[in-house]
Design a protein around this ligand. Structure first.
Ligand SMILES: Nc1ncnc2c1ncn2[C@@H]1O[C@H](COP(=O)(O)OP(=O)(O)OP(=O)(O)O)[C@@H](O)[C@H]1O
Length: 271
């Protein structure tokens, strides 16, 4: 298994002196290397928290986690940093420095894997321009290579962050709503590309999505989270409308989410 979580819990500090905020509770999960998994669930369900846990950006309050056969929180700082070079986290609003050029931001994703002299030389002039240009062209961003990150649109920034993680050659790619700022056609194209690239390099891909249609279409395994707990974890083809209704029950997003799911079910039954 590339990742396992046993009875994992994340409790956030209470903001007003009450009970601790609920992030995740009793999460039990095993991910095989090379698997492609979508995480769905209403706003506040814990999707980002789960991705941050898998990225070692968040420490569990309780329970046990292994990544690539080691406990990240039992490692020293250096060893944990080395482990992080094998994990790519694509955030919904990628925190790329606004004044940094796209080429520099992308090349920085590999510096943790390089010796110090190479990282320093790379700061002065990106050493691997051809491969960076290749990753950008896959995402139709070739013309943005020397642009400053702060000058990119939301969707372009998300695509630059995806190019950065692909260039990193991460073994585990975690993406938090990676296509939320893209138009529907670009969103499909980008998710399709991300899946193909991960298959080619046998990378494990875990993506949180609010768009159920995309989750069910592109991911063979889907995890439904609600109130910090796993409601279901099963093959996309086996998820029923009833389970989707229950996942989003009483949530403000329900009408949109269920409409997406109903459209997808209709399409599925017509095929
Ligand atoms: N840093 C934090 N401090 C306190 N509470 C937090 C923090 N981060 C998240 N939470 C709380 O934990 C819960 C889960 O949040 P999380 O961001 O993981 O949900 P999500 O499913 O990704 O939501 P969304 O779909 O809206 O992005 C929410 O109730 C949220 O308010």
């Amino acid at each position: 298994m590339i990742a396992t979580l046993r009875n994992v819990q994340v409790a956030y500090p209470a903001s007003t002196g009450g009970d601790p905020g609920r992030g995740l509770e009793e999460i039990n999960l095993a991910l095989r290397g090379g698997e492609h998994v979508a995480i769905i669930g209403p706003s506040g369900a814990g999707k980002s928290t789960l991705l941050r846990l898998l990225a070692t950006a968040q420490r569990p309050s309780a329970g046990y986690i292994t990544l690539a056969d080691c406990n990240p929180w039992g490692l020293g700082t250096r060893a944990r940093q080395r482990l992080r070079t094998r994990i790519g986290l694509i955030q919904q609003s990628p925190p790329l420095p606004p004044r940094q050029r796209v080429v520099t931001a992308i090349s920085a994703s590999r510096t943790g894997q390089w010796p110090l002299w190479k990282s320093l030389a790379n700061l002065a002039y990106p050493l691997d321009m051809a491969n960076i240009a290749r990753e950008l062209s896959k995402l139709d961003l070739s013309d943005k290579i020397f642009q400053r990150c702060g000058q990119l649109s939301g969707g372009e920034l998300q695509r630059a962050a995806i190019a950065r993680t692909l260039y990193q050659r991460a073994e585990i790619i975690l993406a938090d709503e990676p296509v939320s700022a893209m138009d529907p056609v670009l969103a499909e194209h980008t998710l399709d590309l991300l899946n193909r690239e991960c298959r080619q390099y046998n990378a494990t891909l875990v993506v949180s999505l609010h768009n159920l249609q995309l989750a069910l279409k592109y991911f063979p395994r889907v995890i439904g989270l609600r109130h910090g707990r796993i409601q279901f974890d099963k093959a996309a083809a086996e998820i029923s409308q009833h389970e989707l209704d229950a996942l989003y029950a009483n949530e403000q997003l329900r009408p949109t989410a269920v409409a997406h799911a109903a459209a997808w079910s209709d399409n599925r039954s017509r095929c």
